[in-house]
Design a protein around this ligand. Structure first.
Ligand code: ADP
Length: 435
């Protein structure tokens, strides 16, 4: 600015000196003429540069700032430098903004930016997925028109957003979403969304499990407690009555013991590393033990047979496999009425090895089969409890098999009987002779 004023002043001084020179050397008229010519030249010079400036202003690009002469050169250079600094900081800002947007896009949680009227300004892909939005169509629309659930409308009206809101969506798939509004910038809001479907499922399973265990324990405890109360109310305990109660109390305490043992086995399996610690399992010994156990459980009420077409053993955990096979054998005995037949088989099928327990028992209606390995799932509660079942046997089998990369096949027909087969991949085979 100072330079501009100095240069302008210099021009005016020069014009005045020239005019004065004419006055002294010639006449007043010549001096006026010289003044007019100089001022016109100065005006033309400035108009020319103003025209350059106006032309540049139509497309103000830093690289195309005109050169100019004299004072105008300084003006244009200053303009050029300002433009450069501005475009550099604009580039920097754009870069920072891009990075923020990229970070928002990559976030595992959903983010929706709402304006002062709760219209969507920006939305990331996760929020699109969680809330079923369309990025092109829905930006600019009011969020309340897009999420119609009354609980969400109440939450938005409430204006207290300290707690998240849980919403369940059924389309296009079942989703449980946690939503939280975070006001910012005095009028705007951030809507954060998180998929908690899996967490909810785990919590439901956990809640059901605790309720089931409590229920399973409450019944025998009530029975034992009831007996003890009756006995304590009697002034003198009649030995005959006492002996009558004793087996029932023992039966209930056995039931609790089996339940706790199964729970501990299940918890141990669930908390162990996924890969089983493999050892050589001699299937001849295993089958002999299972036969003895089956006969012991059956007490001569069934015919128990063994079929074997190979002598090979398995790589796996002997203890875990015994627990799984034992559960299948015990089920066959418990769900087969007296006079029925139970067949244990160990077969090499080339690609697979198969251990199976077939019975001619009560069988299972088809619709129950897919759910049998769920914890506490029973086809007939009364019959399971009556036969000493805990409802955890097949859940234990499922865990053991998963750790041995084996699968469970169930074939059953009501009133005809069931076959539970454990199918091992060939890699689990080892030759008994090598043991
Ligand atoms: P439980 O302790 O009740 O036997 P399991 O997990 O071992 O629990 O079995 C789950 C349910 O599957 C049983 O309650 C029973 O209804 C059914 N089931 C299992 N094995 C047999 C079988 N061999 N024959 C008929 N039903 C069976």
């Amino acid at each position: 600015m100072r330079e501009f004023l100095q240069r302008t002043a210099l021009w005016l001084v020069a014009i005045t000196v020239i005019s004065c020179g004419f006055w002294v050397a010639s006449s007043g008229t010549d001096a006026l003429l010289a003044l007019a010519i100089c001022l016109s030249a100065w005006l033309a010079f400035n108009l020319y540069h103003i025209a350059l400036l106006m032309r540049w202003l139509r497309h103000p690009v830093a690289e195309r700032v005109p050169d100019g002469f004299g004072v105008w050169h300084t003006v244009f250079m200053t303009l050029y430098r300002t433009m450069r600094t501005q475009s550099q900081s604009k580039k920097k800002l754009t870069h920072v903004l891009e990075r923020f947007i990229n970070a928002g896009e990559a976030m595992p949680d959903g983010v929706v930016v709402l304006d002062e009227l709760d219209r969507i300004e920006w939305v990331n892909p996760m929020a699109v997925e969680h809330l079923g939005l369309d990025r092109k169509r829905d930006v600019g629309n009011q969020i309340l028109n897009l999420i119609r659930q009354p609980a969400f409308h109440a939450y938005m009206k409430n204006a207290s957003f300290s707690q998240p809101l849980m919403l369940t969506f059924s389309q296009p798939r079942e989703l449980v979403i946690s939503l939280q509004l975070v006001p910012f910038d005095s009028t705007r809001k951030l809507l954060l969304t998180r998929d908690i479907t899996q967490l909810e499922r785990v919590q439901t399973v956990h809640r059901d499990f605790v309720a089931n265990v409590s229920h399973e324990l409450r019944t025998p405890l009530t029975v034992v407690g009831g007996f003890l109360e009756t006995l304590s109310d009697m002034p003198e305990v009649d030995d005959r009555v006492f002996r009558q109660f004793l087996p029932m109390m023992m039966e209930q305490s056995r039931r609790m013991q089996s339940l706790v043992e199964d729970l501990l086995t299940l918890s141990k399996l669930e908390n162990s590393p996924k890969a089983v610690n493999s050892e050589r399992v001699d299937m001849r010994d295993m089958l002999d033990t299972l036969m003895v156990e089956a006969e012991g459980l059956s007490q001569g009420r069934h015919q128990v047979k063994l079929l074997r077409n190979c002598d090979c053993g398995l790589w796996g955990s002997s203890q875990e496999l015994h627990s799984a096979f034992g559960n299948l054998v015990s089920n066959a005995v418990r769900y087969t009425p007296e006079g029925g037949c139970i067949t244990l088989a160990w077969q090499d099928e080339g690609e697979f090895l198969r251990f199976s327990v077939a019975d001619t028992g009560i069988g299972i209606p088809r619709e129950h089969i897919p759910r049998l390995t769920e914890r506490f799932y029973r086809v007939d509660r009364g019959r399971s409890r009556g036969s000493g079942g805990t409802g955890l046997g097949l859940a234990i089998v499922k865990h053991v098999l998963a750790r041995h990369h084996a699968r469970l096949e169930i074939k059953s027909e009501p009133e005809k009987g069931s076959t539970f087969s454990v199918v091992f991949p060939r890699e689990r085979r080892h030759d008994a002779q090598a043991a």
